[in-house]
Structure formats: structure tokens, C-alpha cells
Design a protein around this ligand. Structure first.
Ligand code: HEC
Ligand code: HEC
Ligand code: HEC
Ligand code: HEC
Length: 377
């Protein structure tokens, strides 16, 4: 027995050293800010060193030039402009230059166009981009309770990359142990979507794609048959909450008074914004991302063949307000702050590489129907 003592002591010392020098551990200085009433223990802690890097990574790019809104409209000048037809020629060209910088800065216009025939929809990227324009317009118009007047552009998600950095899919990878894949309950592996905890691996499928109830809290000490949520449901809620906290670089008290996680009256207003954000993410994944399934090639999809989806981090990228709340919309008012044409072509008929114009006007986007009432702000 005594033989183990020196071993345990040195292992302990090594662990202590590792915890200070190991990767991923935050050293002080940490800035703490009280965000709730005195005595409620509501503090927000910020790692000052990581913050400097975050600030650099979240600078809004300038518009390439100030567009002149007068003159002939793009819908008249070009052959196949279905969504941006009301832009002036100069606004249209400015927008094309901007999306190139936001989505394909190295490839340029030809990432979405055959230069011999700009009007053709033969590149799948162009068909996706047109739908993404409709999606961005819908975010800015329909989801103001979340994005306010700050709104979003393609840059909020793309940041100069073809595929945004923080996306997710239905995949349960790495494979969980035992029969934990049953009923999509993957658990007991370090889950990226749940901040490397061993909480349920992919709760986002339930809550940011499906609309399973998130609330699990009882207000009575003993079970009385009214609250059916058990440990399983609670762990899934928790997993989602970790995803939300990590995505925004905040902790639970940014949205909750931790002595009463359920109580809206004691919660900071950010929780109501987050409530709308959950509904928005569902709408985008179900009505925009999923529908593009026939268009995306297999190598652009997740391991289980679904289009990569939007989570809180896709826009937020580790910051409480994406791009620190700086709006880019003033330069793109006509392109992105109104819904123009909301019709969706029949993507099933699409043949990549063939000179074609994606069918106009078949169905209209279903508007989100919700029977829920938003919590009061
Ligand atoms: C990320 C994809 C993407 C990139 C990159 C892109 N475009 Fe486009 N382009 C589109 C989409 C989508 C449309 C159709 C818009 C609509 O239907 O409202 C379009 C339409 C056009 C048209 C109209 C063609 C016609 O006759 O119908 C022109 C001209 C054009 N783009 C020029 C450019 C130029 C120049 C560049 C590079 C500076 C560029 N585009 C980069 C997606 C892109
Ligand atoms: C809310 C986040 C979000 C916004 C805003 C957004 N996108 Fe996307 N975009 C995505 C996601 C997620 C994918 C990846 C889907 C996949 O690969 O399965 C994607 C993929 C694309 C692709 C396909 C790239 C490729 O190489 O396969 C293009 C093109 C594109 N977006 C253009 C745009 C344009 C143009 C805008 C602005 C009008 C825009 N996006 C706005 C989330 C967004
Ligand atoms: C960005 C805001 C935000 C953050 C951060 C956040 N939550 Fe939540 N939380 C919410 C919202 C919004 C709901 C209600 C969701 C709904 O009803 O659709 C909720 C619900 C809950 C519930 C269920 C309450 C009930 O009525 O049953 C629990 C428990 C919870 N959160 C715990 C946590 C924990 C633990 C953390 C930190 C790991 C956390 N939350 C971080 C916004 C947040
Ligand atoms: C389409 C991009 C996008 C997505 C996806 C998104 N957000 Fe946001 N969010 C924003 C923008 C833009 C703002 C800033 C609004 C403003 O300026 O008031 C914001 C603001 C917030 C705020 C308010 C911050 C504050 O201090 O006032 C919270 C909380 C929040 N988001 C939580 C979430 C959560 C949780 C999710 C995922 C369920 C999410 N967001 C998904 C774009 C997004």
C-alpha cells in the first residue's frame, strides 16, 4: 500500500503541471464582469488572450465600392436574374464582387459561372448561391426578433470560405460505444457539438432540425406525474445548452439566473433572443438547407448524405453577437434587406454541367407556422 504513495504523489504533481502547461487550458488573465444583481453570482468571465484573436477574426470587410442605385435594372439588362432583378446594374455588379470575396475569393467569378455563358445555371454553386440569397433575405426580414437591424450577409457565415467553418450534420461520428447509436442517442464519446463533453453527441438533430421540447424543469420537489422528462431528456437539453454557450463564447448565466434555470422572469433578455434563434435555426435547416439536397454533390454532404446544417456557431463563431454586432447591411440594402422572389424551383430536375436555366416559379417557400408564443422580453 505504502509503495503507491510516491507514485501517486508524482502522478499528482505531473497532472498539476500538465493542467497549467497543457494545450487547451486557459491561463489568467481573465476579466470578470458582473452581469446580474449582486448576490446572484452572475458573472461573465472572458479570457483576455483569446479575446484579442477573436477581435482580429471578426472585423467586417469593406464593400468593394459604393454602388449607384440609379440606371437600368439588372432584370432588364441580363437574361437570367431571378432574385436580384430590381438592383441597378452598378448595385448588381457590386454584389457579384462582394459574394466573390465572401465565398470564393481565390477562384473568382468562375466558381459559380461558366465564363462563356454567365446566364446558364450549369454550376451547382450558382444554384446554391441563388437559394442562399433568398435565405439571407428571409433571415433579415422574418427573423428580426433574433437578428434585429444588424442582420446578416453571406460573410456572417462564410468568412471567405466555400463552406462555413462551423457546420454540423446528422452524423454520429466518432461512433459511440455499445448500442448507444440506437434511437440516435449517441453518447459517451467526446462530442464536438457538445463542447467535448460526453453528453448526447448530436442533440442538435432533435432541437435545431426537429422541434422536440427543450424544457425539462420541475417546479415541485417530488414527481407528481405532470413532468415526464427524465435524465435522458435533461441530458439532451444540457447538450444543446453547451452547444449554445460554446457557440457564443459565453456561460450559462448570460441567459439564465442559475438558481432558477426555467424562470423567464429571472432570466436576462438574451434568453428571449436565444429562444427566437432556436426557431430560426430550425427554419433555415428545414426550409432552405434540406431542400438543396438534390443540388449538392456527395462530397459536399455529411457522412450520412445530408446537407451540412446551420447551428448557433455558424453565424456567431464564438462571439456573443456575430462580428461584434457590426452591421454590413447598409451597403446591401436592396440586395439583402427585402424579400424579392421567394419561389423555389424543382431542384429534383437539376442536371449539373448542362446549359440550363433553373425552372422559375413552381412553389412558394412555406412560411413558418408556429403555435408557440414567444416569451415576453
Ligand atoms: C457565389 C456564386 C457567385 C459568384 C462567385 C459570382 N456570381 Fe454572378 N451570379 C450568381 C447568381 C446566383 C446569379 C443569379 C442571380 C439571380 O438570379 O438573381 C448570378 C448572375 C450573374 C450575371 C447575370 C447573367 C445573366 O445574363 O443572367 C452576371 C453578369 C454575373 N452574375 C456576373 C458575375 C461576375 C462578374 C462575378 C465575379 C466578379 C460573379 N458574377 C460572381 C452567383 C455568383
Ligand atoms: C446562416 C449561414 C449562411 C449564410 C448567411 C449563407 N450561407 Fe452559404 N452555405 C451555408 C452552409 C451551411 C453551406 C454548406 C452546405 C454544404 O456544403 O452541405 C453553404 C454553402 C454555400 C455554397 C456552396 C459552396 C460549395 O463549394 O459547395 C455557396 C455557393 C454559398 N453557400 C453561397 C452563399 C451566398 C452567396 C450567401 C449570401 C447571399 C450565403 N451563402 C449565405 C450557410 C450560409
Ligand atoms: C444563449 C442563451 C442560453 C445559454 C448560454 C444557455 N441557455 Fe439554457 N435555455 C435557453 C433558452 C432560450 C431556453 C428555453 C428553450 C425553449 O423553451 O425552447 C433554455 C432552457 C434551459 C433549460 C430548461 C428550462 C426549463 O424550463 O425546463 C435548462 C435546464 C437550461 N437551459 C440550462 C442551461 C445550462 C446548464 C446552460 C449552460 C451550460 C445554459 N442553459 C445556457 C437559453 C440559454
Ligand atoms: C443567421 C445567423 C445567426 C444564427 C444561426 C444565430 N444567430 Fe444569434 N444573433 C445573430 C445576430 C446577427 C445577432 C445580433 C443581433 C443584434 O445586433 O441585436 C444575434 C444575437 C444573439 C443573441 C443576443 C446577444 C446579446 O448580447 O444581445 C443571443 C443570445 C443569440 N444570438 C443566441 C443565438 C443562439 C442560441 C443561436 C442558435 C440556436 C443563434 N443565436 C443562432 C445571428 C445569428
Amino acid at each position: 500500500m505504502r509503495l503507491w504513495i510516491p507514485f501517486a504523489a508524482s502522478a499528482g504533481a505531473l497532472l498539476a503541471i500538465a493542467s497549467f502547461v497543457g494545450a487547451g487550458w486557459d491561463l489568467p488573465p481573465v476579466a470578470s464582469e458582473q452581469i446580474g444583481y449582486r448576490g446572484t453570482g452572475m458573472f461573465h468571465h472572458r479570457d483576455i488572450e483569446t479575446e484579442a484573436a477573436l477581435k482580429l477574426a471578426n472585423v467586417v470587410p469593406e464593400a468593394p465600392w459604393q454602388a449607384d442605385p440609379t440606371g437600368d435594372k439588372a432584370g432588364k439588362l441580363y437574361q437570367n436574374v431571378q432574385v436580384l432583378g430590381d438592383l441597378s446594374d452598378d448595385q448588381f455588379n457590386q454584389f457579384m464582387a462582394s459574394i466573390t470575396a465572401w465565398v470564393a475569393p481565390n477562384e473568382g467569378c468562375n466558381y459559380c459561372h461558366n465564363p462563356e455563358n454567365m446566364a446558364s445555371d450549369e454550376m451547382y454553386q450558382k444554384v446554391v448561391a441563388r437559394r442562399m440569397i433568398q435565405m439571407t433575405q428571409a433571415i433579415n426580414v422574418d427573423w428580426k426578433p433574433h437578428v434585429a437591424n444588424t442582420g446578416v450577409t453571406c460573410y456572417t457565415c462564410h468568412r471567405g470560405q466555400h463552406i462555413p467553418a462551423a457546420v454540423w450534420s446528422s452524423s454520429l461520428d466518432p461512433k459511440p460505444a455499445g448500442n448507444m447509436t440506437q434511437d440516435r442517442q449517441g453518447q459517451n464519446v467526446a462530442s464536438k457539438l457538445a463542447g467535448l463533453t460526453s453528453l448526447p453527441q448530436n442533440a442538435l438533430m432533435d432541437y435545431l432540425y426537429g422541434d422536440k421540447p427543450i424544457r425539462v424543469h420541475s417546479t415541485k420537489a417530488l414527481p407528481d406525474g405532470t413532468n415526464k422528462a427524465g435524465t435522458k431528456e435533461t441530458e439532451r437539453t444540457w447538450s444543446l445548452m453547451i452547444h449554445m454557450s460554446e457557440s457564443l463564447g459565453v456561460n450559462c448565466v448570460t441567459c439564465h439566473n442559475s438558481r432558477a434555470f426555467n424562470d423567464w422572469d429571472q432570466s436576462p433578455p438574451q434568453r428571449v433572443t436565444a429562444w427566437h434563434g432556436i426557431r430560426m435555426a430550425r427554419d433555415l435547416n428545414v426550409n432552405y438547407i434540406d431542400g438543396l439536397s438534390p443540388i449538392f454533390p456527395a462530397n459536399r454532404k455529411g457522412p450520412e448524405g445530408d446537407v451540412l446544417k446551420i447551428g448557433c456557431a455558424t453565424c456567431h463563431n464564438g462571439v456573443q453577437k456575430p462580428l461584434y454586432g457590426v452591421s454590413m447591411l447598409k451597403d446591401y440594402v436592396d440586395a439583402l434587406t427585402k424579400k424579392t422572389n421567394t419561389t423555389v424551383p424543382d431542384y429534383k430536375t437539376y442536371e449539373p454541367g448542362k446549359t440550363q436555366v433553373m425552372g422559375q416559379a413552381t412553389t412558394t417557400t412555406p412560411t413558418t407556422t408556429t403555435t408557440e408564443t414567444a416569451p415576453a422580453q
